[in-house]
Design a protein around this ligand. Structure first.
Ligand SMILES: C[S@@+](CC[C@H](N)C(=O)[O-])C[C@H]1O[C@@H](n2cnc3c(N)ncnc32)[C@H](O)[C@@H]1O
Length: 276
């Protein structure tokens, strides 16, 4: 155990993978689902009031009468998808959290909202000009490496019909964290493990061209050591445009958030609406 732990005392190489899946973990996904469903937490999803505002705004800039078919990437338990469906869109949601997709499927059956949910990594989607709108909401874009971002943008472009819109939000450099290390003990079990466990947390910054940030969580139980490496990236308007423009989109609008707030150089998020 000691030798296993010792290797986590040094800064990991860029994009060292986690030992276990974060979003699709049997235990962690329970806590994540609870976080999504809490209407007053800005955790896995934003507060539900914001979701309502967000869908109202999207409905205004891409009315379902003209933009009927909507693909929601990283749909989680379907909080946006259900709202999009009520707003008049025909919705497909994609997510690689089994627990979230199962919850979303139950909800759509119960509400008869007829949403199609796919349990899939969105980096592997293969739609051809099927959608009028593609959404990727709550800054998931920044969790991807540069290569993955390019791959996803190409897939999104391919999935959109001509004149279709891609709506994406990202964190700005204001949201970068300072390097830090901390530990905590959960006597009763908690978010990271159902058993009593120790968590060693660190934030690392990298000097690569992408200014990558890593939040590393080491979860130590009596039985094992698990390491979760959660990567993040931060964007200025210019950096985001430099990635999206070469894909072929013809026009771009920038906002301060995914509910249509005015863009500001000092904001915490940026939302880009890109038209194919
Ligand atoms: C921060 S949550 C946002 C959920 C939703 N967009 C919202 O705003 O309520 C990120 C979601 O994306 C999913 N996700 C992350 N990476 C993914 C990938 N590569 N493929 C499919 N789903 C992914 C996670 O499982 C999680 O449900």
């Amino acid at each position: 155990m000691f030798n296993e732990l010792k290797k986590y005392l040094v800064k990991p190489g860029l994009y060292t993978p986690s030992t276990n899946n974060f979003w699709d973990d049997e235990h962690i996904s329970k806590g994540l689902l609870a976080a999504h469903l809490n209407p007053d937490w800005d955790a896995a999803s934003r507060k539900h009031k914001f979701l309502d505002q967000s869908v109202r705004w999207i409905r205004k800039i891409a009315p379902p009468a003209q933009y009927k078919f909507l693909l929601d990437l990283g749909c989680g338990p379907g909080l946006y998808a259900e709202r999009f469906s009520s707003a008049g869109y025909v919705v497909t949601g994609v997510d690689f959290s089994k627990r979230s997709i199962e919850y979303a499927k139950e909800q759509t059956l119960m509400k008869k909202s007829n949403i199609r949910y796919l349990y899939q990594n969105y980096l592997n989607i293969n739609f051809l000009e099927e959608f009028d709108v593609v959404t990727l909401i709550y800054c998931d874009y920044g969790a991807l490496s540069k290569t993955e971002r390019r791959q996803l943008l190409e897939k999104v472009y391919q999935a959109l019909k001509p004149n279709g819109k891609f709506i994406v939000d990202v964190f700005t450099p204001r949201m970068r964290n300072k390097e830090s290390r901390s530990w905590s003990y959960s006597a009763e079990g908690g978010f990271w493990s159902p058993e009593h466990h120790l968590c060693l947390e660190a934030v690392y910054q990298y000097d690569d061209e992408d200014e990558t940030e890593l939040r590393q969580v080491i979860v130590i139980t009596e039985e094992n050591v698990k390491c979760y490496n959660i990567w993040d990236h931060f964007f200025t308007k210019e950096k985001l445009l430099a990635e999206i423009e070469p894909i072929g989109f013809k026009s771009f609008e920038f906002y301060g958030d995914v509910a249509g707030k005015e863009f500001s150089e000092t904001g915490e998020t940026i939302c880009c609406v890109c038209t194919k």
